[in-house]
Ligand binder design. Structure first.
Ligand SMILES: C[S@@+](CC[C@H](N)C(=O)[O-])C[C@H]1O[C@@H](n2cnc3c(N)ncnc32)[C@H](O)[C@@H]1O
Length: 301
């Protein structure tokens, strides 16, 4: 976890969460209105069985805005003059930002030893030194910083001769602010090899600062994956990471986002998704490459 404070998500991560105010209960009608609004604005789909999520996560918004019930909050989101300023706050509380450095090591091993190495060789053969990676749904930055570390590990002293950019986007402004700071606790490093920690972080007491040489490779910025126009503006990529993000979308939204990734990828580029996610019923556009520990989704060259 980055050193980033977020309204309580007691339902997901009870560690460190303060007790949630349970004064207001969401009615079925209010739930449907809020669920549809959230879906419309972000593509995040909250199933009926997770109604408690709306109650838990939005309770503090009601409190802060001094609203009596969820119906009033819905009205606020739709019609209040303050609705524009409220939307980012809504995004912050409804998103799940769980992440860590070196998340899913078997997949990263495939990335480092197969995908990245082959891509770099291909670029060298084409006399190009330009590499673009996109981390879509980057949360507090652990994923793009991990990519930056892997690039340093692979390219070593050759790295300065390359033109590399990792575009890292998220819906939540709060997580992006934390990502830009690059300050973490040891919890965020729980799956990171010790030698990597020693090489890429400066430790001050209990706090870890990522090195500037990693920050230089990354461009953090906001994006809403449900906004096709915004996605079209992202520079075309050789590799896209979108891990543990589409899990929050319904199939229609998954299709729309994956289609945008396909369009964004350069010929022969590839997409990596989370280990519990699948494109099986979503698209046949990519060629799946099966490796130990992961599937790499390849766009035709
Ligand atoms: C569980 S985290 C995954 C972080 C990282 N990719 C990983 O695998 O460790 C999911 C992230 O997706 C972001 N997200 C959810 N819906 C989004 C949307 N519509 N547009 C952009 N980001 C979104 C959330 O804000 C959250 O930070």
């Amino acid at each position: 976890m980055a050193l980033f404070t977020k309204p309580p998500q007691a339902d997901i991560n009870p560690l460190g969460a303060s007790p949630v105010s349970r004064t207001a209960k969401v009615s079925n009608e209010e739930f449907t209105q809020l669920r549809d609004f959230i879906y419309e604005q972000s593509g995040i789909y909250i199933a009926e069985a997770r109604k408690y999520l709306v109650e838990n996560r939005l309770a503090n918004r009601l409190k802060e805005l001094n609203l009596k019930n969820f119906g009033e909050y819905y009205y606020y989101l739709r019609f209040d003059p303050g609705r524009r300023a409220e939307l980012p706050k809504l995004f912050e509380v409804i998103t799940t930002n769980e992440t860590s450095f070196y998340r899913n090591p078997p997949q990263l091993k495939v990335f480092q030893e197969k995908v990245l190495t082959a891509e770099l060789d291909k670029l060298r053969a084409a006399k190009s030194r330009k590499l673009r990676i996109w981390s879509a749904g980057c949360s507090t930055g652990e994923e793009p910083y991990t990519m930056a570390m892997i690039l340093h590990e692979v390219l070593k002293t050759e790295l300065p001769t390359w033109d590399i950019k990792i575009t890292a986007n998220d819906l939540s402004e709060g997580v992006l602010a934390a990502a830009r700071k690059g300050i973490y606790s040891d919890y965020a490093l729980r799956t990171t090899p010790k030698e990597i920690i020693d090489r890429y972080f400066k430790k001050e007491g209990e706090i870890y600062h990522v090195e500037p040489r990693l920050k230089h490779l990354i461009s953090f910025g906001p994006i809403n994956l449900s906004d096709k126009t915004m996605l079209r503006r992202v520079e075309r990529s050789h590799i896209i990471f979108c891990r543990n993000v589409i899990i929050y979308f319904d199939d229609d939204m998954k299709r729309q986002v994956i289609e945008s990734f396909y369009d964004n990828l350069l010929p022969g580029g590839c997409l990596l998704i989370g280990h519990s996610e699948s494109l099986h019923s979503i698209t046949r556009a990519f060629k799946p490459e099966h490796h130990v520990g992961t599937i790499v989704y390849r766009k035709e060259a």
